[in-house]
Ligand binder design. Structure first.
Ligand code: UDX
Length: 435
C-alpha cells in the first residue's frame, strides 16, 4: 500500500482521497483553507455526495487532513486536485496548479506528481519543465484524469469504465496504475498529452450527444414526433448506445460548461476553429431558454405571473448549482417581470439572482402559481401531478424540462402539460414551434 498526498480538499480531491483510503492506501489531504480542514477533521463533509461521509468515517485512521505542506514530504504520490476554472478569455486558469508546484517542499526519493485536475493539453509538459527548473527533476509526472460524475462519484471511482494514465516514464505509468490494484478495469496507458486530451474529448463527446438529442427534440416538437421514443429507438443501436440521450433544458455543472470552453479555446489557441463544439455550446445556451417560449405560448405575457421553479441543482442528487439552467431561467423570468418561486430539496439557491423567493416545499412553490416548471428531475417531483397540486395552482400548467412525468397521465389528472420534444395533445394550445 502507498502513501498518497492530495492537494485540494474540494470535491475531486476528497472523493479521490476517501476512495484511495478505502483501497487501503494512507492518504494525506492538504488544503489552504483552514475552515475546510477543521470541518474535515471533525468528520464533516462540506458538500452533498453519496457515500463520501461513510468512507470518511470508515477509513479515518488512514486519512489525515492538513494545512501544512510539509506533511506530504514522505508521500510516494502527490495528486493535484485543484480547481481550473475558466478565465475571461475562456482559457483554463491554472494558477492553483502552479501554486501547488511552487509550494512543493524538498522531496526525497522518487515521488510522482499526478495531475487529476482537468487541464489543457500541453500542461504536463509545462509542469515537467517547471519541476525541472525548480531542481525537482527526480519527481516523476503523470496525468490521471478523473471521470467522476456528481451524485455517484464514489461508485464511478471504485467501478470505473477505465483508468487513464499518461506519463513521461513507463515506470511512472506502472506505479500510478498500481494504485488502482483491486479495481477490475482496463488501464489505458498513454503519453501525457493524449491522457489530457482523452478527458477533454470524452466530456466534449458527452455534451455533443446531449446537444444533439436536444436539437432532435426541438425538431420533434415541430414535426409531431416524441423524443423519448426516438431516443429509445436510436439508443438500441449498439453502435450508438443509450447513454446521454435524455433531452431536456440543457447541461450544466462544474465540468461540462467549463471544459467545453477550455477545449474550444485550446483548439483556437492552436489555430483550429472547432466548429462542432461551438455549435454544441450554443445549442445548450439556447436550450436553457426554450422554457420561456413555452411559458409565453401558454400564458401570454409573463409580467406579474407567478412561476414555480422546481429543482435548482444542475442535476439530481447533488446540491451543486454551478452553471445550472435554473439560474438562467430565474434571471430570464425576472427580466420578463414574473414572480419567481424556487424550491429544491438540497440546493440552497444561494446563487440565484436577487428577487427569487426560495420556499421550503413543493406545496409552497405551486400555491397560487400560474405555472410549475420541472427544472431538475428530483424523485420528489414524480408525484407532482396530484389533485392537491392541481387545486393549489392558480392555473394547472406544468412545463416539464426533464421529461420526468408521463404526459398522458399528467393530462388525465387535469393539467396542461408540455415536456421537451414531446407531442402536444388535443386540448393543448397548437404546437407552434418555440423559437
Ligand atoms: C460530468 C461527466 O459525466 C464526468 O465524467 C466528468 O468527470 C464531469 O462532468 P457531472 O457534471 O457530474 O459529470 O454530471 P453528468 O451526470 O455527466 O451530467 C452533466 C449534465 O448533463 C447535467 O446537467 C445533466 O442534467 C445533463 N444531461 C446528462 C442531460 O441533459 N442529458 C443526458 O442524457 C445526460
Amino acid at each position: 500500500m502507498a502513501k498518497v498526498g492530495i492537494f485540494g480538499a474540494g470535491w475531486v480531491g476528497l472523493v479521490t482521497g476517501v476512495c484511495f483510503a478505502e483501497l487501503g492506501h494512507e492518504v494525506v489531504v492538504r488544503d489552504v483553507v483552514p475552515e475546510k480542514i477543521e470541518r474535515l477533521r471533525r468528520g464533516e463533509v462540506p458538500f452533498h455526495e453519496a457515500q463520501v461521509p461513510d468512507l470518511l468515517e470508515r477509513n479515518r485512521e488512514r486519512l489525515t487532513f492538513t494545512l501544512d505542506v510539509d506533511e506530504v514530504v514522505d508521500c510516494e504520490f502527490l495528486f493535484v486536485c485543484v480547481d481550473t476554472p475558466p478565465t475571461y478569455s475562456g482559457d483554463a486558469d491554472l494558477s492553483r496548479v502552479w501554486r501547488v508546484v511552487d509550494e512543493l517542499p524538498e522531496l526525497p526519493g522518487h515521488p510522482i506528481l499526478v495531475m487529476k485536475s482537468t487541464v489543457p493539453v500541453g500542461t504536463g509538459e509545462k509542469v515537467r519543465a517547471g519541476l525541472d527548473a525548480r531542481g525537482l527533476d527526480h519527481v516523476g509526472y503523470a496525468s490521471n484524469p478523473e471521470f467522476l460524475a456528481e451524485g455517484h462519484a464514489v461508485s464511478d471511482f471504485m467501478g470505473p469504465d477505465r483508468v487513464v494514465v499518461g506519463a513521461f516514464e513507463a515506470a511512472d505509468t506502472d506505479a500510478v496504475a498500481s494504485l488502482y490494484d483491486g479495481i477490475d478495469t482496463p488501464i489505458v496507458r498513454t503519453d501525457v498529452n493524449s491522457a489530457e486530451m482523452i478527458k477533454l474529448a470524452a466530456n466534449a463527446f458527452l455534451m455533443t450527444r446531449i446537444s444533439f438529442i436536444n436539437e432532435i427534440a426541438n425538431v420533434c416538437e415541430a414535426t409531431g414526433a416524441d423524443v423519448v421514443a426516438v431516443a429509445a429507438g436510436v439508443g438500441l443501436d449498439s453502435r450508438l448506445g443509450p447513454h446521454f440521450l435524455r433531452a431536456g433544458i440543457g447541461y450544466g455543472g462544474s465540468c461540462f460548461p467549463k471544459d467545453s470552453l477550455a477545449l474550444k479555446q485550446l483548439a483556437s489557441n492552436s489555430g483550429y476553429h472547432f466548429q462542432l463544439l461551438s455549435a454544441v455550446i450554443e445549442v445548450n445556451e439556447l436550450q436553457k431558454r426554450r422554457v420561456i417560449g413555452k411559458l409565453k405560448r401558454h400564458l401570454g405575457s409573463l409580467h406579474g405571473k407567478t412561476v414555480a421553479l422546481l429543482g435548482l441543482a444542475f442535476k439530481p442528487n447533488t446540491d451543486d448549482m454551478r452553471e445550472a439552467p435554473s439560474i438562467v431561467l430565474a434571471s430570464r423570468l425576472l427580466a420578463e417581470g414574473a414572480d419567481v418561486r424556487a424550491w429544491d430539496p438540497v440546493a440552497d439557491g444561494g446563487t440565484l439572482p436577487r428577487g427569487v423567493e426560495i420556499v421550503p416545499s413543493v406545496a409552497d412553490a405551486v400555491r397560487g402559481a400560474d405555472a410549475a416548471v420541472i427544472v431538475t428531475e428530483w424523485d420528489e417531483l414524480r408525484g407532482l401531478a396530484s389533485e392537491e397540486t392541481r387545486t393549489a395552482m392558480a392555473n394547472p400548467l406544468i412545463i416539464d424540462g426533464r421529461n420526468l412525468l408521463d404526459p398522458a397521465e399528467t393530462r388525465l389528472a387535469g393539467f396542461t402539460y408540455e415536456g421537451i420534444g414531446r407531442q402536444a395533445f388535443a386540448g393543448d394550445p397548437s404546437p407552434t414551434p418555440t423559437p
